[in-house]
Each structure stands twice: as structure tokens, then as C-alpha cells.
Design a binder for this molecule. Structure first.
Ligand code: NAD
Length: 418
């Protein structure tokens, strides 16, 4: 589906081309495509923060709301020195698509602040977080736009932001943001939700290719929140985790690694190798002959350079954008089943949605209820996408885009926008 394009393209241009390609397949009218190709609203803010040494530093940030035809916009806030407006715009478009695939009543948004949180003291980080929320408070709210954590932001920061918004509006407003600490209305199961959702899609994909989970071999790139929890859940389902990596290195054991021990090493900030597992190259891990390859680290892990050497039967994109469009085409040609990021990692935003629903009701579910509802959404969505892919003789990514854009287009038409 994707036209071959340079791998160093700006993310906003990539997102626009992806939307154009799916829209073409759906025969969407040009007006709809033009609306979808750009965010409805992007706010740029500059806000002063008093630093610990008494100086004033002005920070710049963005909030992009791509579309709100189906419901309020939803998407994380990242703190990173390399945040750009184009990146935030692209990410907000992908959030619209992600919410659409699983049928959440949300549009997409994303925010970012240009800063290096590792260089900020705790007090400075709090003042940056509160300053950004104050600066965007006009356009966010439980029925307008609901942020969440993203790169280098976390529940503590969400708690400060929720407090700032609540104070500005003189009312307790937990529904303005998700990914909060439990005591402030966070949802049970949120921490594991992305990995859990990803594993539900893997189970269905394995049935599709006729392979059992019991004894299936797995390689996981990235042993952070999503990677390690996926390892644990896949191990519980009988899979053999033969290789994992983090930013420092990779380990391999053909008999299966001891996931619990690896988690202990990670918690103790020890390198992954030790306890008898052999070290392998981080890139070598991606090219192992395994049933399931789970990239759960960064974008662009698989490019046209290494895509031809991937030997997995299934690639579950736990990370956002781990395959470049060129790599995607190559692995598709090889017949590898790719569960696209917008479906594979949508468990996180799904439980964020559950958190918001619980906040609006002020009634909270048990972890079993949350996990059960997550299973329903992920399994139903996988099959909707898979069925459409078969109907149109296309891959899961194209089908996922088609389902999503169709839903957004229908809402825009019903509202009379086009
Ligand atoms: P994290 O920071 O907890 O973990 C990332 C892991 O990747 C770390 O273990 C890090 O050491 C490792 N890593 C970095 N560079 C690497 C390399 N070159 N080779 C191997 N490992 C490397 O992040 P996370 O929350 O687990 O997110 C991982 C991915 O999943 C990201 O792409 C993120 O956008 C995506 N995602 C996360 C969530 C969520 O709920 N956490 C939701 C949707 C998507």
C-alpha cells in the first residue's frame, strides 16, 4: 500500500501519505482527505519557569488536536529536547487513527514540551508540568481534549497537571487527564494495559497462522514497561522467551530465558546478561528465527537495511513506528504477519479511556473487570481488522487504517462537515 519513499522523511509527511494511501483505497472524497491530512488545531505556547538558581527560563511546547469528530481528542504529552511541532502533529494524527481502530469515542491529540527532564530538578520538573498545563488549559478538558503520559512523563506529572487544571477551574477534574496515580482516579490495570493488549492480539494472530502459543519462541527488543510485561505475560501463556534486549545489550537462550530473573536484574539496575544467558548483538536479536518478534523499544528499529533478514512469523509492533514504510513493504512481501502499532499497542489508550469513563462515573472497577473489558476490545478489534484485510486482500495495517478512517469520515459526514 505504501509508496516507496525516503526513510528520512519528516513524520508529518509520512502520516499525511499514510492517510492519503488509505483514503484512496476507501475512495474517500477529497474534502474528507484534506481535513484528515492536517490537525484541526495546533497551539504553540511559551511559558516562563523559575529555575532553582533564581533565573527565569522560557520553555516552548505544543498541543495538536488532529480531529474531534467522534469525541474529545486524546493523546499523550512528551517531554523531550528534540520535540518539534511536526512530530507532535504527526503523533496526533496517529492517535486519531489508533482510537478509530479500536472504536473509542475519541479523536486524536498529542502534546510536547521542548525540555530535557533529566537535567531538571524535581521542583523544576513540577513547575514545567504545571506551567505547560496552565498554558494549554483553555483547549483541554474532560469533554474537549484529555492528555496522558508519553515519553519522559509519568503518573506523578499527570497528578500535578490534574491539580493545576482543577485549581484553575475551581473543581475536582480527574477526567481532564489519564495515567494518574490510583489515589487520584487512575485505573487499575493501566500500567500493564499496553502489553496485555498486545498479547491479546498476538494470541489471535497465532491462531490465524495456525501455531500454538505453547512453546512458541519469542524475541523482544526493549525491556521497559511494555517489553518486560509482554515477556511476563507471554511466558505465562507458555511461550519461550529466547531473547531480550535493552539499550545496553541483548541476551539469548534457545531453551528460554528466565523472565523473573531478568526482571530482578533490571530492577537492580544490573545488565541483562548474567545467570548463564549468552550475550548477542542487539541487531542480531531482530534477525533470529522465532515465531514472534516484538519490537518494544524505539521507532525505525527495522529499516530497508535489515528487513530482508527478518525471519519471524509474526511481528507485533508494541512500539510506535518500529518499521519504516520501506521495511514494512519488504516484510509484507516476505509473508510475515505484521500486527500494526495502531492495533497492537492500542491497549494503553483503551485503558486510558476506561480510566476517563470511571472518572466521569466516579465509580471504579476491579482489575479483573478492566482486563476483561480490555480483552473484549482487543479481540473484537483484531478480528474486525483481520476480516477486512481478507475481504480486500490486503495487510492488517492497511485494513486498520481503512476501518479507522471510515469511522472518522462517517462521523464528519454525520456532523455535516463534508
Ligand atoms: P520504556 O522507556 O519503559 O522502555 C523502552 C526500552 O527500550 C528500555 O528498556 C530501553 O533500554 C530499550 N531500548 C532503547 N533503545 C534500545 C535499543 N537500541 N535496543 C534495544 N532496546 C532499546 O518505554 P515503554 O513505555 O516500554 O515504551 C516502549 C515503546 O512502546 C515506545 O515506542 C512507546 O511509544 C510505545 N508505547 C508505549 C505505551 C505505554 O503504555 N507505555 C503505549 C503505546 C505505545
Amino acid at each position: 500500500m505504501w509508496k516507496r519513499m525516503s526513510e528520512s522523511l519528516n513524520p508529518y509527511e509520512i502520516a499525511q501519505r499514510q492517510i492519503e494511501a488509505a483514503a484512496e483505497k476507501l475512495n474517500l472524497n477529497q474534502g474528507i482527505v484534506e481535513i484528515l491530512k492536517r490537525p484541526l488545531r495546533v497551539l504553540t505556547v511559551s511559558f516562563p519557569v523559575k529555575m532553582d538558581d533564581g533565573s527565569i527560563q522560557v520553555f516552548e511546547g505544543f498541543r495538536s488536536q488532529h480531529n474531534d469528530a467522534i469525541g474529545p481528542a486524546k493523546g499523550g504529552i512528551r517531554f523531550h529536547p528534540s520535540v518539534t511541532m511536526d512530530e507532535v502533529k504527526a503523533l496526533s494524527m496517529w492517535m486519531s487513527v489508533k482510537c478509530g481502530v479500536v472504536g473509542l469515542p475519541y479523536g486524536g491529540a498529542k502534546g510536547g514540551v521542548i525540555c530535557d527532564p533529566r537535567k531538571l530538578s524535581e521542583g523544576e520538573l513540577e513547575r514545567v508540568s504545571r506551567g505547560f498545563m496552565e498554558a494549554i488549559s483553555q483547549i483541554v478538558g474532560p469533554d474537549k481534549d484529555i492528555p496522558a503520559p508519553d515519553v519522559y512523563t509519568n503518573p506523578k506529572i499527570m497528578g500535578w497537571m490534574m491539580d493545576t487544571f482543577s485549581r484553575l477551574n475551581h473543581k475536582f477534574s480527574p477526567g481532564v487527564i489519564t495515567g494518574k496515580p490510583l489515589i487520584l482516579g487512575g485505573s487499575k490495570g493501566r500500567n500493564e494495559s499496553t502489553a496485555r493488549g498486545c498479547v491479546f492480539t498476538i494470541v489471535e494472530a497465532m491462531k490465524e497462522i495456525g501455531k500454538p502459543m505453547q512453546g512458541a519462541t519469542v524475541a523482544i527488543q526493549g525491556f521497559g514497561n511494555v517489553g518486560r510485561i509482554s515477556a511476563r505475560l507471554l511466558h505465562e501463556r507458555g511461550c519461550k522467551i529466547v531473547a531480550v534486549s535493552d539499550s545496553n545489550g541483548a541476551v539469548y537462550d534457545s531453551n528460554g530465558l528466565d523472565v523473573a530473573k531478568l526482571e530482578q536484574r533490571k530492577d537492580a539496575r544490573l545488565p541483562l546478561d548474567g545467570d548463564g544467558a549468552s550475550k548477542i548483538g542487539q541487531n542480531e536479536l531482530l534477525e533470529l528465527e522465532v515465531d514472534i518478534l516484538l519490537p518494544a523499544a524505539l521507532e525505525n528499529a527495522i529499516t530497508s537495511e535489515n528487513a530482508g533478514r527478518i525471519k519471524a512469523s509474526i511481528i507485533a509492533e508494541a512500539a510506535n513506528g518500529p518499521l519504516t514504510p520501506d521495511a514494512d513493504e519488504i516484510v509484507n512481501e516476505k509473508g510475515i504477519l505484521v500486527i500494526p502499532d495502531i492495533l497492537a499497542n492500542s491497549g494503553g489508550v483503551t485503558v486510558s479511556y476506561f480510566e476517563w469513563v470511571q472518572n466521569l462515573m466516579n465509580y471504579y472497577w476491579s482489575e479483573e473487570e478492566v482486563n476483561g473489558k480490555l480483552a473484549d476490545v482487543m479481540i473484537r478489534s483484531f478480528h474486525e481488522v483481520n476480516q477486512l484485510a481478507k475481504q480486500h486482500n490486503t495487510n492488517l495495517r492497511t485494513a486498520a487504517y481503512m476501518i479507522s478512517l471510515q469511522r472518522i469520515a462517517e462521523a464528519m459526514k454525520a456532523r455535516g462537515w463534508v
